[in-house]
Design a protein around this ligand. Structure first.
Ligand SMILES: C[S@@+](CC[C@H](N)C(=O)[O-])C[C@H]1O[C@@H](n2cnc3c(N)ncnc32)[C@H](O)[C@@H]1O
Length: 256
């Protein structure tokens, strides 16, 4: 009896051209492709996944299986417990999907935005189901182009200065202060525009939204000078589209 196989495929963060040859080959191995439906505001992301399948899958014998991702509770009191509970619900759902939709020896694929190892829980969820042992399968991860790489490329800026480190964090963490001793800090998952809480006199910012897509927005400059512009561009774009995804690099300004 051959085992089921699960592929966790990084599809790049926005542009279908970010798909690597390895990701395309993996996609073509899948009998079933799981497509999350995160509600209306993320309809654009769903469309991009479908476009990727349409454009790159040659055999057309695959099945697309949609599923509605469980919502996270809005209760802000215990962030970690909240996320744990949310992940447990997603885990049960994914386990059901794998046992119900994949026959023995079949291959299923999850298409993960950007790269599956950066701020994404698919890998942790699949690992947990795998070690739970209810459904036997093997799994593999195919790396993808992250929004961090897309940001740096579009701004034509190296992520690190020579010999210096890069710190990747979230808006929630940045709100506690610019990391001590850091030189270059990439901020993701920032729903509160934490850059406004940081002293911008000695920092440069390279900001990007909807990177790799037709709606891409880029702003860069001394943080103190452009923070208000970014806020305005972000608010307008968010109102127009109903959702936003943005990432930025903060870097200590070079002494002139
Ligand atoms: C849940 S994380 C997923 C990250 C993803 N795995 C990656 O490799 O980029 C979502 C965050 O990634 C960033 N992000 C993802 N795609 C983006 C894009 N096209 N433009 C700007 N930021 C993006 C945003 O900071 C967003 O809040």
């Amino acid at each position: 009896m051959t085992m089921r196989k699960v592929l966790i495929i990084g599809i790049g963060a926005g542009n279908p051209d970010y798909m690597t040859v390895q990701a395309i080959n993996a996609l073509n191995q899948a009998d079933v492709i799981f497509i999350p439906d995160k509600g209306e505001e993320k309809e654009d992301l769903r469309r991009l996944r479908l476009e990727i399948c349409e454009r790159y899958i040659k055999h057309k014998t695959h099945r697309l299986v949609g599923y509605v991702t469980p919502e996270r509770s809005k209760d802000p009191s215990d962030y970690r417990a909240n996320v744990r509970d949310w992940h447990a619900r997603i885990e049960r759902q994914h386990e059901t999907l794998l046992t119900r939709e994949l026959g023995e020896g079949q291959c299923g694929a999850f298409l993960v935005w950007g790269d599956p190892t950066l701020y994404d829980s698919t890998l942790r969820i699949i690992e947990a189901i795998h070690s739970g042992g209810v459904c036997a399968f093997d799994y593999e991860i195919i790396p993808g182009i992250t929004s961090v790489q897309a940001l740096a490329a579009r701004h034509r800026v190296p992520l690190n200065r020579i010999g210096e480190p890069v710190h990747i964090t979230t808006g929630r963490k940045l709100a506690e202060g610019f990391p001590e001793g850091a030189d270059s800090v990439v901020v993701m998952l920032d729903g509160e525009q934490a850059f406004k809480k940081i002293d911008g006199a000695k920092l440069d910012i390279y900001w990007g939204a909807y990177l790799g897509t037709a709606d891409e927005k880029l702003v860069s400059g001394r943080l103190a000078d452009v923070a208000a512009d970014i806020e305005a561009v972000r608010a307008r774009a968010r109102a127009d589209k109903g959702w936003i995804m943005d990432t930025y690099l903060l870097r200590r300004s070079e002494a002139k």
